[in-house]
Ligand binder design. Sequence first.
Ligand code: NAD
Length: 323
Amino acid sequence: MSVLITGGAGFIGSHLVDHLLAGTDRQIVVLDDFSTGSASNLEHLETDQLTTIDGDVRDDALVADCVAEAKVVYHLAAAVGVRNVVENPLDSIQTNLQGTENVLSAAAHDATPTFIASSSEVYGKSECVPFSEEDDRVYGPTTAPRWGYATAKAADEFLALAYNDEHDLPVVVGRYFNIVGPRQTGQYGMVIPTFVEQALAGDDLTVYGDGTQTRSFTHVADAVSITHDLVENDDARGEVFNIGAPGPTSINELASRVIELTDSDSEITHIPFAEAYDEDFEEPDEREPDISKLRDVLGRRPRVDLDRILRDVIDERADGVIG
Ligand code: NAD
């Protein structure tokens, strides 16, 4: 029996593969359509413990076959990135809804333990910061495409919890908060790889809005080890957890720190959200997790600080090893 990781060729998924393979004889199967992920994220792993399947999580028969061979499933495949989601709303919603339903219904067959990757986006534009798992969600109108991603991820959570309750499926839902680190691409609007690449090239760092909006950044190594620990912990079953590091940083501070650490001559320029995306675009001011629940169940929290995260991304980019 193997571990199935959907989206395993992606940023978080490939680090999860590394983490689960390290020092073990586990067999891992990655199911990925390589839309935002890349074979290069896995090419350092020359091992017969890893099998990669090029396929779509919307293909229910394929998903059923993969899940049938698995003893645990990590479902990370999704259409991600604000720009991607805004520009391809239909593809994004279908991938994020049908893909998750396919995984859960297949896993329910043998009650295969399943992790569902959700997002801090489910809190929407709630101002109740820091966000705790039981907080209300606050969304904009359906005419603004960015809320389609939040809505689909929230529906995934409802589905996961319903499968847990009605089919006795052991599920854990993890809401990731701005997971960052090596191999993350800036192509779909992710802020840290974008700033680092701009600073290393000597280009202006483009901050959207006035830059006072804050985010909490979490190293991918912390995110994948917490994800694994949650799946192994019986007390996490049927529960939703914030996975993130408290400690907000404004986007202006982030841009300045990237310039300092890269020793770059770049300047910071501000672009209105309406120009970067469209007139309907809404961006929450603050996003910070309350991780009391995570600490209570696992007895731990993310460890890596922002400077370490930035240095890791800068070292990778400076070496030209862009995954
Ligand atoms: P990513 O784009 O690197 O990973 C997603 C992977 O899913 C990619 O490898 C992509 O090729 C694959 N994929 C997309 N559509 C697919 C389909 N239809 N069939 C099969 N594979 C498909 O992004 P990531 O940051 O690694 O995100 C992983 C998960 O974590 C996603 O579910 C995402 O919503 C969630 N998440 C990430 C963050 C973050 O900060 N990185 C924050 C919140 C939630």
